[in-house]
Write a protein that binds this ligand. Structure first.
Ligand code: DAU
Length: 355
């Protein structure tokens, strides 16, 4: 079996961060989202992985290398335009050959990995095994309608009136029969070749397609609140590791990871929290569900339920920052002199909420 990981696309919903970074490389608990998927595939014993890349290919290739750091072999496949998930499979046709494969969307995170799913696919001898999860907003996803006996009756991509609340999770297993179905597809109303339509074509033409209801959490990290939710659930599973230094007036409570070379001065941290390497936190409170990447400096602020990326500086006495996603090299400060006005330099598509 091979694997196909999708790391192309535009990531428009996470702008402005995705103007300068591939969305699949934005970290959750200080680890790029994409790494979780590669590790899950490797843990299921699949070592030959094709990675679909688009405009951000240089950054993705620099981050993943040849795959040896994950114990896998990577082949990069360039998809010049993000014309849909089925188009991505079509682009990888030569790499995939006539082998079955697991397809993993690079911005999806799933709990418990994919070992059981791969075993189930191998045991069943079906042409597709899809993963489903009950959600509150099925109209934002591919949606499956099942018969009482679990058979798939139909699939629709982002339907206005969903026939069920079962969303297609971004992990699929396919036999080579999927390629014949993709050959017959026409672009959907959003102009893409949809993998959902290709699976529907398998069902319509009588190919065996099974579904599996996913028991653990599943997150599609498309938007800011999805990222914060992914950060929350992943941080819930971290273990304490304190490699940095704390002065006698600093306190750490709960599960907290602090990287080498980080320094806490008169600072309290209430986990779960992860702090990268070379950070300096002074007179600060870091509350639960916060990830701080390397090289960040925070002075006299309170931060909770947030993600702060590399080398940013927050110097904001008395200010409380919550539910925030702050990019790299960002500066947040409080004016010392009057007039007490906001002075902003915000990139396109920034989002600021003032109290
Ligand atoms: O997250 C699960 C959902 O993923 C499913 O429920 C939907 O049925 C499926 O169509 C997909 O929907 P999205 O609209 O969320 O897909 P998105 O455009 O975000 O692309 C998913 C990943 O694949 C993302 O990492 C970018 C990458 N991609 C996307 C396209 C369209 C590519 O590499 N190439 C592409 O052409």
């Amino acid at each position: 079996m091979k694997a196909l990981v999708l790391a192309g696309g535009k990531g428009t919903r996470l702008r402005p961060l995705t103007y300068t970074r591939a969305k699949q490389l934005i970290p959750v608990a200080n680890k790029p989202i994409l790494f979780y998927g590669l590790e899950a595939i490797r843990d299921a014993g699949v070592e030959e992985i094709g990675v679909i890349v688009g405009d951000t290919r240089e950054e993705v290739m620099a981050a993943l290398g040849d795959g040896s750091r994950f114990g896998v072999r990577l082949t990069y496949i360039h998809q010049p335009d993000p014309l849909g998930l089925a188009h991505a499979v079509w682009t990888a046709r030569e790499f995939l050959g006539d082998e079955p494969f697991i397809m993993f969307l690079g911005d999806n995170l799933i709990q418990h990995g994919v070992i059981r799913l791969v075993e189930e696919f191998n045991a069943l001898s079906v042409d597709a095994l899809i993963l489903l999860k009950a959600v509150e907003n099925p109209q934002s996803f591919g949606v499956a309608e099942l018969a009482a006996d679990g058979r798939i009756l139909g699939l629709e991509e982002k339907p206005k009136q969903p026939k069920s609340n079962l969303a297609l999770v971004g992990v699929y297993l396919f036999s080579p029969a999927i390629h014949e179905m993709i050959r017959t597809l026409k672009p959907s109303p959003r102009g893409e070749l949809e993998i959902t339509d290709a699976i529907q074509a398998l069902v319509t033409t009588g190919h065996p397609v099974h579904s599996h209801i996913h028991e653990g959490w599943w997150l599609d990290t498309g938007k800011k609140d999805d990222m914060l939710e992914a950060n929350r659930v992943v941080l819930d599973e971290i273990q304490t590791e304190l490699l940095g230094s704390l002065d006698s007036e600093s306190r750490v409570v709960g599960r907290v990871k602090i990287g080498a070379g980080s320094e806490l001065v008169r600072t309290s941290v209430r986990g779960p929290v992860v702090i990268g390497e070379g950070c300096r936190l002074v007179d600060t409170f870091v509350g639960p569900y916060t990830s701080i990447s390397s090289g960040v400096q925070i002075t006299s602020a309170e931060v909770e339920h947030s993600i702060i990326l590399d080398d940013s500086r927050i110097d904001a006495p008395g200010q409380r920052i919550e539910d925030s996603l702050i990019g790299r090299n960002v500066r947040v400060s409080r004016a010392a002199a009057r007039p007490a006005a906001l002075r902003l330099l915000l990139g396109d598509d920034s989002d600021v909420c003032l109290t």
